[in-house]
Design a protein around this ligand. Structure first.
Ligand SMILES: Nc1nc2c(ncn2[C@@H]2O[C@H](COP(=O)(O)OP(=O)(O)OP(=O)(O)O)[C@@H](O)[C@H]2O)c(=O)[nH]1
Ligand SMILES: [Mg+2]
Length: 201
């Protein structure tokens, strides 16, 4: 059984946030508090400790009391660059990832992904959401992986590939479908931020 103490939570706050006007998304207020505080509050009870991946505002992110790791590549090459430095900083057997811009992330994310991880010989289990129309969508930035995947990921990135789904295809993976699509709602634009505040008031 994988327990809370076996898991480090990695919050991905390293993107450019271009659709948000290029400001640092993790620090935008959501219900009056920086978005990242919602992610920290949701993840904290689910993991032993947290690591923040950011490429800007490092001093500000550091005030939350967790290690802040920057991408090793300076070109904003996507979330896998964050996974890579998160795996290097991880001191537990498992790493759970979540973006900084999904403030309603599931309270049972770690629990359900860990149960699935224990059901088979999997290396990584990612979340999927069931939308109102019944369609199932992969939510690959919400995933639980074995922390020994560092070499696999670095070899993949060295090939020049950045696509998360192509890395997953190299691994033994499974998924867990969450029925409430709202828990993965993410804010990419000021308008989406406003709408999500309204529905989660
Ligand atoms: N470490 C790292 N994380 C990234 C990078 N690009 C995106 N992410 C993270 O991946 C998650 C999903 O990315 P997006 O929703 O596209 O966020 P974004 O790239 O900041 O926003 P846009 O520039 O508008 O696409 C977010 O948590 C981002 O912080 C990157 O180059 N490096
Ligand atoms: Mg992006």
């Amino acid at each position: 059984m994988i327990s809370t103490k076996d898991i480090t939570g990695l919050i991905l706050a390293g993107g450019r946030a271009q659709r948000m006007g290029g400001i640092d998304k993790g620090l935008i207020p959501f219900h009056g508090k920086p978005l990242i505080e919602s992610a920290i509050a949701k993840l904290k009870p689910q993991v032993q400790t947290i690591v923040i991946n950011a490429n800007r505002s490092i001093t500000k992110y550091a005030t939350y009391g967790y290690p802040v790791v920057m991408d090793e590549t300076p070109d904003f090459s996507g979330p896998l660059a964050g996974f890579s430095v998160g795996l290097k900083a991880c001191r537990t057997p498992y790493l759970l990832t979540s973006p900084c811009d999904s403030p309603l992330l599931p309270n049972n994310l770690a629990e359900l992904l860990a149960v699935e991880m224990g059901r088979g010989d999997f290396q990584l289990v990612y979340a999927s959401s069931k939308e109102a129309d019944g369609k199932v969508w992969a939510q690959p930035v919400f995933c639980l992986m074995r922390s020994n995947l560092q070499d696999s990921l670095d070899q993949f990135l060295q090939k020049g590939d950045l696509k998360i789904d192509r890395w997953f295809k190299e691994l033994r993976t499974s998924t867990v479908v969450f029925d409430d699509p709202l828990v993965f709602a993410n804010v990419n634009t000021p308008d989406e931020l406003k709408k999500l505040e309204e529905v989660s008031a």
